[in-house]
Design a protein around this ligand. Structure first.
Ligand code: AMP
Ligand code: ZN
Length: 437
């Protein structure tokens, strides 16, 4: 196999050809899927017993959706579609139930995944001259090895730094002349706070770009990271059920993420009715993988909320773009009957320059009512012992939030660097209300 990381023929393929390629790959994927115990049963119930039953891409709509619960029910080997001796790796993500969702890879699957990752990385302008410090968790989580393999494929010098320990991260950046970073957006913000504390001069670093993903963040957060660290930030999207990162990535236009449609079929549906949304409307992203033989997954309900761009991208790539994920259909908070997405709160606070780099949303019961508290750090320019600007900032946050989400929150201001930071995905919401009420 020869997977090139820059292939204009594929990336700029006319839509009709791209769809023909998708159909051909979908048939192959279904042939693989029919070997997995779960799909053998599921698909035969839906009247599909052979990949040749698929005549057009529209036929995919006859397929039932696959959910995270299905994957858990199929644990450990219900979705495996090749002999176990041909599996070379697994990745897993553990959810709240404790039963992990496990994805298996053949050797070819790994190569294909690395190819998509390399395409993403090269598309942001990186090449073999770059030094890439991968500051995200390695291990069962796909973010570490995913970007790592892609970086090597592009020929960059990859430093498998892993997450955490900012002092060590700065040292590596200085020692090796790091030009590219990968981390969660919250860790990149944290890094900037620590950089100031440690007295590390930006001029002593050679940073040019960062890939930020694994958790939702707003355009304001991207701009904040870009201006604080003086780098270009590119949004990286993926999920372990679809290999991990490498499903969709921003190109240098930074206007939406190209979904690699020769590897994935994307649909957007209304999460309540499961019917397709109208062009450009927001809904839940549904993904079908077209590039993995060991664990095929068809019409996966990602729970991630997004919308498609209708227009083609200025870069000339024809693969459809999606807007940044605004949240998950299951992370909506209902506070005294009002629906609020954490992303709405982030958008308000991250646009204020007086606000620092970390925040936490707390929802709790206060008698019969719900109470929302927004805790934010203040920027290093604001002194905690000067109450006048602090009170003014508190009022400003309260008023802007109330105008945006129709809830009057309590606002707490904290010193820069004092709110907790997690090594993996940021925990932005603490909802202590009893679940069964
Ligand atoms: P995991 O399977 O543990 O890697 O988690 C995948 C989930 O992380 C996705 O379904 C999204 O909810 C979230 N995620 C990953 N990348 C992004 C991103 N760039 N923006 C927003 N959410 C993301
Ligand atoms: Zn583009």
């Amino acid at each position: 196999m020869n997977y090139q990381y820059w292939d204009p023929q594929i990336e700029k393929m006319p839509r009709a050809e791209l769809e023909a390629l998708q159909l051909q790959k979908l048939k192959t994927e279904i042939r693989w899927a029919l070997r997995a115990p779960f799909y053998k049963e599921r698909l035969s119930k839906a009247g599909i017993s052979c990949h040749d039953d698929i005549k057009s891409l529209d036929d995919l709509k006859r397929f039932p959706f696959t959910t995270k619960n299905d994957l858990r029910d199929g644990f450990p080997y219900g979705f495996l579609s090749i002999p176990k001796e041909d599996v070379v790796r697994l990745h897993a993500s553990s959810g709240t139930t404790g039963i992990p969702t496990t994805i298996y890879f053949s050797r070819d699957d790994i190569k294909r995944w690395a190819g998509y990752m390399a395409r993403c990385i090269y598309g942001t302008g990186c090449d073999k001259n770059d030094v890439f410090q991968n500051m995200i968790t390695y291990g069962l989580f796909t973010g570490g090895l995913g970007l790592h393999q892609g970086g090597e494929e592009v020929g960059m010098l990859v430093i498998p730094a892993g997450a955490g320990n900012t002092a060590r991260q700065f040292k590596m950046m200085q020692d090796y002349g790091t030009t590219v970073l990968h981390a969660t957006p919250s860790f990149l913000l944290h890094l900037e706070t620590k950089m100031k504390e440690a007295g590390v001069q930006r001029e002593s670093l050679s940073l040019k770009r960062a890939f930020a993903g694994a958790e939702p963040y707003s355009e304001d957060t991207r701009r904040r990271i870009e201006s604080l660290l003086k780098i270009d930030v590119y949004n990286s999207y993926g999920l372990s059920e679809m290999n991990g990162p490498g499903v969709a990535f921003e190109c240098q236009c930074k206007e939406g993420l190209h979904i690699w449609e020769d590897g994935y079929i994307a649909e957007i549906v209304n999460p309540d009715t499961l019917e397709p949304v109208k062009e450009g409307e927001t809904g839940e992203l549904i993904l079908t993988i077209l590039c993995r033989e060991a664990t095929p997954i068809l019409r996966y309900r990602t729970r991630d909320l997004t919308s498609f761009y209708n227009e083609p991208c200025k870069c000339g790539r024809t693969h459809r773009r999606m807007r940044r994920i605004t949240g998950r259909s299951d992370d909506m908070l209902i506070i005294n009957g009002v629906n609020v997405f954490p992303s709405q709160i982030e958008e308000v606070i991250m646009s204020m320059k007086e606000v620092g780099n970390n925040y936490l949303i707390v929802v709790e019961k206060d008698g019969a009512l719900d109470r929302l508290t927004v805790k934010t750090e203040v920027s290093t320019e604001i002194f905690m012992d000067d109450s006048r600007p602090l009170n003014a900032l508190k009022e400003k946050i309260k008023e802007t939030l109330q105008a945006s989400i129709s809830i009057n929150p309590k606002v707490e201001l904290h010193e820069s660097g004092s709110l907790p930071i997690s090594e993996g995905k940021a925990v932005r919401v603490k909802d202590t209300r009893p679940k069964d009420v």
